[in-house]
Design a protein around this ligand. Structure first.
Ligand SMILES: [Zn+2]
Length: 306
């Protein structure tokens, strides 16, 4: 074989490698629920919002979504959502008072959603995306199908998540340790937060690959909390280190899995990947082991307090 031929083969192999790199880059959108969420002690609300916005900006994240609860919209809450919108982030609907659909009638739940719609729609960057509180979409056929119809009639998309975790419980542990005056190492705290979330992210991504044969455009569930403001930058760095690309939630909801609808009626919902896995027959492990308060209690004690 001539040198030229060798060179051409080499070029061809390199092109394969670069193409596979593009194909292999996994994609993730970041979303924060419950904004403007109450302050628990470490930051006050406005400080948390400022820190969160600058962390996202400093890490070149153009757009995340804030699923907001309109009951919390006092003057401070409105100012916080305006600040998120001004920074280019999406404001979306998470109901008025964060009800549990399993405990409400379809009519009352719908009313709650529409009150929020009315209060949130005037925000700049508002999008008709609806995130079900507790991810619960209706424990009876009537409620579930009723909600699917309500969302459609009002031009809303179901803003499902694919990457489930208990970040809200990590916040509980963090705030409690601060109140009890534990001498917390922020380096350890960051590592605990990032490691715990990365484990569940990779777990659900693998579950998706097992059942779909590909890594979909993912949606990460987080909450608007102090640990998010403190450590989101570290999480983003780690995601990129492991070849993840951060995309807008609007892009994530273009994925084919946005059209998936589960046939069953679920009382508790593990998220879209869990739903798909269940439909394909998987019954165990739909919730990652870190979605468990006892697990996190012990891991926090071992990895942060000791
Ligand atoms: Zn919520």
């Amino acid at each position: 074989m001539s040198y030229k031929k060798h060179f051409q083969i080499l070029l061809f192999l390199f092109s394969l490698i670069s193409v596979s790199n593009i194909v292999d880059s996994k994609e993730i959108a970041i979303t924060f629920d419950d904004s403007p969420r109450h302050a628990s002690g470490y930051f006050d609300g406005p400080t948390r919002s400022k820190k969160l916005i600058s962390a996202l900006k400093n890490h070149n994240v153009q757009q995340v979504a804030f699923f907001s609860v309109s009951e919390k919209l006092n003057a401070e809450g409105i100012a916080r959502l305006n600040r998120y919108a001004e920074a280019g982030h999406i404001i979306a609907n998470h109901t008025h008072s964060h009800p549990n659909i399993n405990k409400l009638t379809l009519e009352d739940y719908t009313k709650n959603l529409l009150i929020a719609d009315n209060k949130l729609k005037s925000f700049n960057k508002f999008e008709k995306l609806f995130r079900f509180p507790y991810l619960r979409e209706g424990n009876t056929l009537r409620k579930r199908d009723g909600m699917r119809k309500v969302l459609k009639e009002h031009g809303y998309k179901n803003a499902y998540i694919t990457l489930n975790n208990y970040d809200w419980y990590i916040e509980v542990l963090f705030q409690k340790a601060i109140k009890e005056k534990h001498d917390i190492s922020f380096e350890k705290m960051s590592k605990f937060y990032v490691d715990t979330l990365m484990k569940s992210i990779e777990y659900y991504d693998q579950m998706a690959v097992n059942h779909l044969g590909r890594s979909p455009k993912h949606v990460l569930l987080l909450h608007e909390m102090d640990i998010s403001a403190l450590f989101i930058g570290d999480l983003i760095d780690e995601l990129r280190r492991r070849d993840w690309k951060i995309i807008s939630p609007l892009e994530a909801y273009q994925d084919e899995i946005a059209n998936f609808q589960i046939e069953e009626t679920l009382k508790f919902n593990p998220g879209r990947i869990g739903e798909i896995a269940r439909t394909k027959g998987q019954r165990k492990g739909l919730w990652h082991q870190s979605l468990n308060e006892e697990y996190l209690d012990q891991a926090f004690k071992r990895q942060v307090l000791d």
